[in-house]
Design a protein around this ligand. Sequence first.
Ligand SMILES: *Cc1c(COP(=O)(O)O)cnc(C)c1O
Length: 405
Amino acid sequence: MAFERVSMTSQQWIEKSEKYIMKTYGRYPIVPVRGEGCRLWDADGKEYLDFLGGVAVNNLGHCHPKVVAALQKQAAELIHCSNYYQIPQQIELAELLCRHSFADKAFFCNSGAEANEAAIKLARKYSREKYGPERYEIITADDSFHGRTMATVSATGQEKVQRFFDPLLHGFKHVPFDDADALEAAITPTTCAIMLEPIQGEGGVNVPSPGYFQEVRRICDTHSLILIFDEVQVGLGRTGKLFAYEHFDVVPDIMTLAKALAGGAPIGTMLATDEYAASFTPGTHGSTFGGNPLVCAAAIAAVRTILEDGILNRTEEIGEYLEGELEALQHKYHFIKEVRGIGLMIGMALDIPAGDIVKKGHDRGVLLNATHDTVLRFVPPLVVTRQEIDSMIIILDGILAEVEV
Ligand SMILES: *Cc1c(COP(=O)(O)O)cnc(C)c1O
């Protein structure tokens, strides 16, 4: 018997959403129901060019055939299995990630926040065992974003994320990003780790100056601190290298990944060297769904595709093209302050709020994104074509031409 496909208009879905969905997001009135590559179609059949890519999740585009095939095959074999048992897909994914990074071992969970929770717990446990219970504080950056759980909200350096949830978790301190002196000055005998995004995403696509991370690494080594990189947004090819830390000639001790890892399926991971990984012993951390066969099969397909299909080189090239096109707009409009980024992680900083530009983009069939109020953030699928970039630029140019300042 065939299922009757639920067929409702966008407006009908929006009315139902009002009634049943909690309002944690300021959702736009768009109801995507199908995706392919860089394109999405809504419930009314309207087509969109997607330059947000699920917020840096859909690095391979929507419904990449290799990810779809892996999910379909695995779903028919084994969807879930408890972590009380060995899970071949999880083991294979861990090997793949360790082989291509500094790390020796992986822990799997279901999101970026959970990956950072795991990193925070591991840093605390390692430091307590090695140096005693007084060493637990983690320094992070102003304007950072590490997630929405209580520990990761406490780690996040943005008041708007922390507001309403006092008391926050004790043991976090924030310093300006890209300021190694401020970082070193903040270290006390209680400090155990430093946690940073290699490029700040939600904070406005902030790229640190050359040499900053080498200084950070030196500071960590001098004071025996653990260096944690939150690559939840910038990892997995986004910058044209598999991991963003490869751009900065430094190696962290712990790294977290999530967003793009499984081609759109929910997953997170915390990777570490053996030195630190050894602190997680049976019973100290866990997750029911973490690294289950279904999501790991998707992740293996996604990571292999990023590595094998020339995606990394292509991202560097097409990223330069997009950046060049955005810079051309900067020369045209005085209210564009700066275009910055690496690979396909690009921010366009404006003198004016970016929200209206995003809404006009939606009307004209382009999914744009504003972060940190005045920054347009471009994180399209890495498979975006020049033609798609050209189409977006024409629409954006038209919108910018209407801005009155
Ligand atoms: C998105 C993001 C997170 C949180 O990931 P969730 O999967 O939403 O929990 C953490 N850190 C960074 C840098 C992110 O961009």
